[in-house]
Design a protein around this ligand. Structure first.
Ligand code: GLA
Length: 385
């Protein structure tokens, strides 16, 4: 007797011989290091224990059929030639990855696949990256191919840029592909070197609260921040020719260029430079088990994102403010691109109940809606099961 997912697969695609392929890739939460990845900087995310999964079978032809259980919709495309960039919108993530792998000569056969996810969609927890990476793994398996996980992450990022139209950095796809259980990853986005920092502590939990809002213009604002960072680099370069990215500058260098800079560009630069420094400090504090120091850095990160980088929103600020009043919360900040999505907090285990109750009570009073919350551990990266 097949399990319920296999039965659902057969309802959509019929019965066929051949083994099931089961791939899954996690969402992520970034502990600190926000809007630094596309500035050659440092990020410090964990993979969460929530996943996008594909239950798939290889096809004998070049067709791909995907059924999304969250959208309740079927998408069909061909990998015989350049993959079409057409609707439905959710399918573009998969199409982009299929095209990236096809260009590498790794995809000759298509798949039928049922897609399920436990990553909240649009919650700032990288549901799209998890979908891209899980799709890549299933396509590779169906074609009897393997690909280095770093290459897989880059293929997924390429999909995001070229098919989904989001000019993202490398963080989300990278942690989804390469996360390690019970570890946070300090990633240097310049050369992709990384250090896995253990973060298992019985008394500490990572807590996520989703604002359940996603403001429009996210992609436009994201692109605008990238442009402002490039502008800051161009101005810094005039005085300091060695500066290739904001990663190469410190605050005193930025101050030396202040007169030549638009005040907004200055503030954007100040966020990125200070955030890189906070991220390195945070990794040290975490390695030392100094949660109080980690928490302070999280609050500082939030203030910098709110005031200097301009990517927070009232709902995120309210959640961080509420969290800060609850005993046992070490720190909290917005996580991900901003303009909605989620906050991440570091909390003592026994504080979770109080924090949940407080947010349940005060967030609707102030924002007129409920937040969704859960605690997570640092989970494993993408895998075939
Ligand atoms: C989004 C992008 C990432 C990163 C974050 C901000 O999640 O996909 O690459 O830039 O925003 O840190």
């Amino acid at each position: 007797m097949n399990n319920p997912l296999e039965q659902e697969f057969e309802r959509h695609f019929g019965k066929s011989s051949g083994p099931f392929i089961h791939s899954r890739a996690p969402g992520r939460v970034n502990l600190i290091g926000e809007h630094t990845d596309y500035n050659d900087g440092f990020v410090f995310p964990i993979a969460i224990d929530r996943f996008t999964a594909l239950l798939a079978k290889a096809r004998p032809d070049r067709k791909v059929r995907l059924f999304s259980s969250t959208q309740n919709e079927l998408a069909e495309f061909s990998v015989a030639d350049v993959v079409a960039k057409d609707a439905p919108k959710w399918s573009l993530y998969a199409k982009g990855v299929a095209e990236a792998l096809r260009q590498r000569g790794l995809v000759k056969f298509g798949i039928d696949a049922l897609i399920t996810t436990t990553v909240p969609i649009g919650g700032g927890l990288s549901s799209s990256a998890s979908f891209e990476v899980a799709t890549g793994l299933a396509l590779l398996a169906a074609n009897g191919k393997t690909l280095d996980k770093v290459e897989l992450a880059l293929a997924a990022q390429w999909a995001e840029h070229n098919y989904a139209g989001m000019p993202c950095g490398i963080m989300d796809q990278f942690i989804s592909a390469l996360g390690e259980k019970d570890h946070a990853m300090l990633l240097d986005c310049r050369d992709l070197s990384r250090r896995q920092v253990p973060m298992k502590d019985e008394h500490m939990r990572i807590f996520i609260a989703n604002t359940n809002v996603k403001h429009e213009l996210v992609q436009g604002e994201y692109q605008a921040r990238r442009n402002q960072c490039e502008r800051a680099v161009a101005l810094l370069k005039k005085k300091f020719p060695a500066v290739k990215a904001l990663r190469d500058a410190d605050i005193s260098m930025l101050e030396a260029c202040r007169m030549d800079m638009d005040p907004t560009v200055f503030r954007r630069g100040r966020h990125v430079i200070s955030e890189n420094a906070r991220t390195l400090k945070f990794a040290e504090a975490m390695a030392a088990g100094d949660w109080a120091a980690c928490g302070q850095l999280m609050y500082q990160s939030h203030e910098s994102l709110r005031d200097d980088y301009g990517v927070s929103c009232p709902e995120l600020n309210v959640l961080v403010e509420i969290a800060a009043t609850v005993p046992g919360v070490y720190g909290a900040r917005m996580t991900g691109g901003g303009f909605g999505g989620s906050i991440v907090a570091m909390v003592r285990r026994e504080a979770i109940e109080g924090l949940t109750a407080e947010i349940d009570k005060r967030y609707p009073e102030r924002c007129g809606k409920q937040a969704s919350m859960f605690a997570t551990i640092a989970g494993a990266g993408a895998e075939l099961l």
